[in-house]
Each structure stands twice: as structure tokens, then as C-alpha cells.
Design a protein around this ligand. Structure first.
Ligand SMILES: Cc1cc2nc3c(=O)[nH]c(=O)nc-3n(C[C@H](O)[C@H](O)[C@H](O)COP(=O)(O)OP(=O)(O)OC[C@H]3O[C@@H](n4cnc5c(N)ncnc54)[C@H](O)[C@@H]3O)c2cc1C
Length: 388
């Protein structure tokens, strides 16, 4: 044993240095715990780096209502989080409100209009109905075929790499250890079935008062080592980055096969594929071309935009698209925050706040049974899980 429990606070081993692990560790530190992050590669370089940073579920009306409550709690924390990170680290996560626009075309494959309006009314999310002329006035590059749109003016976005860089710097300032190239290969239980330590690939054992499994798409594999069933699978997403003059796209635009996220400097992030190909990494010409074709159909005015970069990441996909949150029944000491699928950045501050308090002994203030680890699985197709 090369690492000992510390005396000055609950020792929490956080497995995974993505946005969920990093922010939860930061919030745990604020509550007086002594977290340590164990990361198999480099912290903040998997899904959390790759994501588009849209701070709203893609189609929230497809999920259970409890999911919207979780999202709302999380989004409410973004202003405070981004200010705290800016003050501590000097890094702006570029949290800003650009609004989300869903345009409608005659040949739409999925008709979201009525469900979207009903959901917005039920939860009090401001939404505007735009006709063709108004849509074109909002988005000058959009197709002449557009038949109107719905606009949620209060939807925001962040830049993921900045969020991760800021979280990392804040952790360093707080003295929270981030151990990289430290792959956890085992979860160890005592005779009572309590999880009391983890083992690393190099054979080292690290003791813990609590272990948080926040290993994104890899969480299921680790859980299975002690018989915990966590059906999280990677759903690969490819993204292509365009560059045009600032103002060519003003809102996040989402349609059937692509979304566009405008950055303040004229970059436009186009995403994202949904692929069930296991952990097969790398971008492919076929998928990037599909994304571009979809983009040019929605916003032909972007045909001249420069293609700057492309990348991919593995979304941690739970069957119902909702995260697993909380203690693991039958394995005291083990906690899970994983399976955030397409919404982990939006859900990150809420997850971190909730999980840190819960691990430190404060019961959650609303019913989280829809997010429990052993909930029944539902039909994946409902939340847009791609058919293999
Ligand atoms: C293309 C794309 C677009 C997206 N767009 C959005 C969006 O617009 N808005 C939004 O809210 N969400 C979006 N998401 C989803 C979001 O990025 C994820 O839900 C979120 O990043 C998950 O965070 P995480 O920390 O659970 O996982 P990750 O970021 O994958 O982090 C998990 C970490 O655990 C580490 N790890 C794994 N196994 C081990 C082990 N055995 N030992 C130690 N470390 C381990 C990994 O190396 C990794 O660093 C998108 C995702 C993708 C891929």
C-alpha cells in the first residue's frame, strides 16, 4: 500500500478525470473531503473534451420529467460555477446564452414541434414560434425551404476544453491530486462487502472511505468486476469544426441529422454522429461528409465556410439516456455518477453538487429513484439510441 487515508477529511477516490469526476472532486473539496482523481489517460481528454457544450438536452421531451428537473438544477449552477472558475483560474469557460433554434422543413423525418411546445409549457421554458421570414431574419444562412422554427432564447453553451482546463487548474490550486496514467483495474471489498480500496494497473492499492465511479463509457466494465451491472456503452460522436465570419450563425441550430453551435470568434461546431461501434476511435470521411451535407441542406449559406478540424468522442450511453447516480446497493462505499450520454456537460455542475453532498452524508432534496443504479432498462430507441 503506497498511499494512506488522510486524517483531514473523508478520503474519496474518484475514478475518471472527465467533467463529472473533476467537478465532483472540486465540490467534494469544498465540503471538506480529501478527494483524489485517478485517470487512466490524461484528465479531460475523452467525451468531456469532445462534446459540443450545448447546455440543454437535444430533445428533452423524449426523456422522463425527472430528467428535466435534474437539468434545471444543474443549469442553475452554471453562472456561479463559471464565475468561480474565472476568479480562481483566470480561465473563462465562455458560458453564454445563444438560444437554441429548431427549424422545420416539409420533409422532416422527426416531427418534434407539438411535443416540444407541450414540454416547454409544462416546464415554463420560454419559447418563441417563428414563421419563415422571422427564422430567416434570425439566421441569414438558413435554407429558403425553411417553414418556420421554434426558438428557446435562454439556452446557453460553454466551451468544453476551457471548462476542463479551468476545472483542472482549480483542482491544482486546491491541492486536489490528479493522478494521470493511473488506470484502476480493481475495486476491493472487505469481508462485509464494503468497497475499501482500488487497485491500479501497476499493482498499487489506494485506500478509500468512499469510491466514486465516474469513468464515463468505461464504467460498466469496472463495475462488472465486482458484479455491479451498469449498462453503459460508448456511443461515438464525430464533430467537424468550420470557420466563417462571426455572426454567420447566431443560435445553436438543431435539425434531424446535424446541429451547429456558433462560437463567439466565428467558429461553428457541427455535430454529431451517433454510432454504436464500440471503442473504435478516429474520424471517418463518410461520417464527416454526412454531417457537412446535412449542414449545407439546413444552412446553404455555410457552403463557403472553411473546414478547420474534426474529432470524436465516446458518449457514455445508458439505455434510457439518463445518468446513474447514487450509492450502489449491496456495495457500501461505492458510488456511481455515470451514463450521462448526450448531456454530461449540461448535467455536470448538478451532478457534482448532488454527488458531493450525498457522499458527505447530505440526503438529496428530491426523489432520485429514476437515476438509481438498479433501475429497469427501457427501450433505447426512445432517446435516439442508434440501431446497430
Ligand atoms: C461528440 C459529442 C458531443 C457532445 N455534446 C454534448 C453537448 O452538447 N452537451 C452536453 O451536455 N453533453 C454533450 N456530450 C456528452 C458529454 O460530453 C458526456 O456526457 C460527458 O462528457 C461525460 O463525462 P464523463 O466525465 O462521465 O466521461 P468522460 O469525459 O469520458 O470521462 C471519463 C474518464 O474516465 C477515465 N477512465 C475510464 N476508465 C478508467 C479507469 N479504469 N481508471 C481510471 N480512469 C478511467 C477516462 O479516461 C476518461 O477520462 C457530447 C459528447 C460527445 C462525444
Amino acid at each position: 500500500m503506497t498511499d494512506r487515508k488522510q486524517d483531514n477529511g473523508k478520503r474519496v477516490v474518484v475514478i475518471g478525470g472527465g467533467v463529472i469526476g473533476c467537478l465532483t472532486a472540486l465540490y467534494l473539496h469544498r465540503l471538506g473531503a480529501s478527494p483524489v482523481i485517478l485517470e487512466k489517460g490524461s484528465a479531460g481528454h475523452e467525451a468531456s473534451w469532445a462534446g459540443a457544450g450545448i447546455l440543454c438536452p437535444i430533445h428533452p421531451w423524449l426523456y422522463q420529467d425527472s430528467f428535466t428537473h435534474l437539468i434545471e438544477d444543474s443549469l442553475a449552477l452554471y453562472p456561479e460555477l463559471s464565475n468561480m472558475l474565472l476568479e480562481m483560474t483566470g480561465i473563462s469557460v465562455q458560458w453564454r446564452t445563444t438560444g437554441l433554434l429548431i427549424p422545420f422543413f416539409e420533409d422532416d423525418r422527426i416531427h418534434h414541434h407539438d411535443n416540444a411546445l407541450a414540454w416547454s409549457e409544462r416546464f415554463g421554458w420560454p419559447v418563441e414560434r417563428l414563421d419563415t421570414a422571422q427564422t430567416q431574419a434570425h439566421e441569414p444562412t438558413i435554407s429558403a425551404q425553411v417553414q418556420g422554427a421554434l426558438l428557446w432564447p435562454e439556452v446557453g453553451q460553454v466551451r468544453n476544453p476551457r471548462l476542463l482546463a479551468a476545472a483542472r487548474k482549480a483542482l491544482e490550486i486546491c491541492g486536489v491530486p490528479i493522478r494521470e496514467q493511473a488506470e484502476v483495474t480493481g475495486l476491493n471489498e472487505n469481508a462485509q462487502g464494503e468497497v475499501i480500496s482500488v487497485t491500479l494497473a501497476n499493482g498499487e492499492t489506494i485506500a478509500a472511505d468512499a469510491v466514486l465511479l465516474a469513468a464515463g463509457s468505461w464504467s460498466g466494465e469496472l463495475g462488472s468486476k465486482i458484479g455491479v451491472s451498469l449498462p453503459v456503452e460508448p456511443v461515438k460522436g464525430q464533430i467537424v469544426l468550420l470557420k466563417d465570419k462571426p455572426g454567420r450563425v447566431n443560435h445553436i441550430i438543431k435539425h434531424d441529422d446535424a446541429y451547429m453551435v456558433p462560437r463567439v470568434d466565428g467558429h461553428i461546431l457541427v455535430g454529431a454522429s451517433m454510432e454504436r461501434v464500440g471503442f473504435k476511435s478516429g474520424t471517418t470521411a463518410a461520417v464527416i461528409n454526412q454531417l457537412l451535407e446535412a449542414t449545407y441542406r439546413i444552412t446553404p449559406g455555410l457552403k463557403d465556410a472553411q473546414i478547420v478540424q474534426q474529432w470524436m468522442g465516446f458518449r457514455p450511453g445508458s439505455p434510457d439516456g439518463m445518468p446513474y447516480l447514487g450509492p450502489v446497493e449491496g456495495h457500501p462505499g461505492l458510488w456511481v455518477a455515470s451514463g450521462h450520454y448526450r448531456n454530461g456537460v449540461a448535467l455536470a455542475p448538478g451532478t457534482a453538487d448532488l454527488m458531493s453532498r450525498w457522499i458527505m452524508g447530505e440526503a438529496p432534496h428530491f426523489d432520485l429513484s429514476d437515476f438509481r443504479v438498479n433501475r429497469p432498462a427501457i427501450d433505447k430507441a426512445k432517446v435516439g439510441f442508434p440501431v446497430v
